[in-house]
Ligand binder design. Structure first.
Ligand SMILES: Cc1cc2nc3c(=O)[nH]c(=O)nc-3n(C[C@H](O)[C@H](O)[C@H](O)COP(=O)(O)OP(=O)(O)OC[C@H]3O[C@@H](n4cnc5c(N)ncnc54)[C@H](O)[C@@H]3O)c2cc1C
Length: 398
């Protein structure tokens, strides 16, 4: 049993999942969940998809067992942590002593610089952000999206579905340059272009009044701008408490920070040394859930050691369901076509090892792909493109 009270800062997916897991494992002691959004924990992925499209809040519900078996303070953010005294101070001045502290403070959308544009410049991270964006989308007109990453593209799909004119401006020379292979980026570029989205690469130049001028010489007059250039981890509180941070709160593979009794999970946590690479921070739904479950298990059983899980995210854009597992930026990408041009797998191979798989409208391979990537099997790239290649074969014992 962890020493109590257990205080969790951040009532998002990671924080709420941690409370649910810890109670589910039988922890009886005091748990306090501290949030700052003034609403119960909710799920973020629908904010750019179903919720933005319909305004129906049902998909945001996080149905986690045992969540109400803790004290929830949802509108009084933590403003200071004293790691030596093991004390958290809230904005109201209330002080809470802890035996175990979990940072689950997530990340915040990178704020737009002052652009001097007449049109509103919005970002998307919270339900309030989604409400503000949806109100603009319902007014119609032209949406300019700065950033051709996952959130930018998901909003582009939703806005096109709602009938807006949509332009995406990406600073790099292709979409998703940080977390998807060129082949997947090309597929999404074509899917969006086919739906009428316009793209400009190379970034933006000056913006003022009604107009944004782009690096490629084009000029735009958007009615609304979405600034979607990524997110910054909310690690300021931990940094001020002297806890080791570097673009995220640094943790070991058990989620432990540099301070005794203090853990970090979800989008804010940055693994000090990921297998085969440097520090890594995963801003994905599944990582937040896994971190939460692992931290809870470790607190209940100090001998618990989590299995290493591969990077994984999904994205839904129009009718397309995309799953990315493992390392999508490996050197070699082999496409295995499926039953239709819109359904295929991309195998990512690094030095003869199957390091990642991206699935386009191919969900039946998700389970085998996750299991295969966990094993990092040696593969012959020449065989992967064959329609006869069966991913399940690499799961068979040699
Ligand atoms: C629009 C959108 C769409 C997404 N779609 C997908 C998807 O399709 N697939 C996928 O895999 N992932 C997706 N994600 C990512 C996924 O939602 C995140 O990885 C997940 O929400 C991370 O959970 P978290 O609890 O770590 O952080 P968060 O969800 O950010 O929660 C952290 C909470 O802590 C609060 N907080 C911060 N500081 C304090 C403080 N000092 N005191 C109290 N509270 C504080 C924050 O306000 C927030 O409520 C999406 C994210 C967004 C924003």
């Amino acid at each position: 049993m962890p020493a109590s009270p257990v205080i969790v800062i951040g009532a998002g997916l990671a924080g709420a999942s941690f409370v649910s897991e810890l109670r589910g494992l039988g922890h009886q002691g005091e748990i306090i969940l501290i949030g700052d959004e003034g609403r119960p924990p909710y799920d973020r992925p629908p904010l750019s998809k179903a919720y933005l499209l319909s305004g129906d809040a049902a998909p945001l519900a996080l149905a986690l067992p045992h969540l109400d078996h803790c004290e929830q303070i949802l509108d009084d953010p933590a403003v200071e942590v004293d790691a030596a005294a093991r004390r958290v101070t809230l904005k109201s001045g209330r002080r809470l002593d802890y035996a175990t502290l979990v940072f689950a403070t997530g990340a915040a959308a990178k704020p737009p610089p002052p652009l001097g544009l007449a049109a509103p410049v919005l970002s998307l991270r919270t339900q309030d952000d989604a409400d503000a964006l949806r109100a603009r989308l319902l007014a119609g007109g032209h949406l300019g999206i700065i950033g051709g990453g996952i959130i930018g593209l998901e909003v582009a799909a939703t806005a096109r579905t709602l009938g807006l004119e949509v332009t995406v401006i990406e600073a790099a020379d292709r979409l998703l340059s940080r977390n998807a292979s060129p082949a997947l980026a090309r597929f999404l570029f074509e899917a969006h272009s086919g739906k009428g989205v316009t793209f400009h690469f190379g970034g933006m130049g000056a913006a003022s009044g009604e107009e944004i001028s782009l690096a490629d010489g084009a000029r735009l007059r958007p009615d609304t701008v979405l600034w979607a250039t990524g997110a910054n981890p909310n690690d300021g509180l931990a940094r001020a408490a002297g806890i080791e941070c570097d673009h995220g709160i640094l943790v070991d593979e058990l989620g432990r920070t540099s301070a005794a009794g203090v853990f970090a999970i979800g989008d804010v946590a940055r693994l000090k040394s990921a297998a085969g690479g440097g520090p890594s921070r995963h801003e994905t739904w599944t990582a937040a859930r896994d971190h939460a479950a692992n931290a809870a298990r470790l607190l209940m059983d100090p001998s618990f050691r989590p299995d290493s899980t591969a990077f994984y995210f999904w994205t839904d854009q129009y009718e397309h369901k995309i799953h990315v597992i493992g390392a999508p930026m490996a050197k070699e990408n082999v496409i295995q076509t499926g039953k239709s041009p819109d359904s295929f797998a991309i195998y990512h191979v690094e030095d003869g090892i199957l390091a990642g798989v991206s699935l386009v409208n191919n969900p039946r391979l998700l389970g085998p792909a996750k299991r295969a990537i966990a094993r990092r099997p040696r593969v012959d790239p020449a065989q992967l493109s064959s329609p006869a290649f069966d991913l399940r074969a690499v799961l068979q014992p040699a």
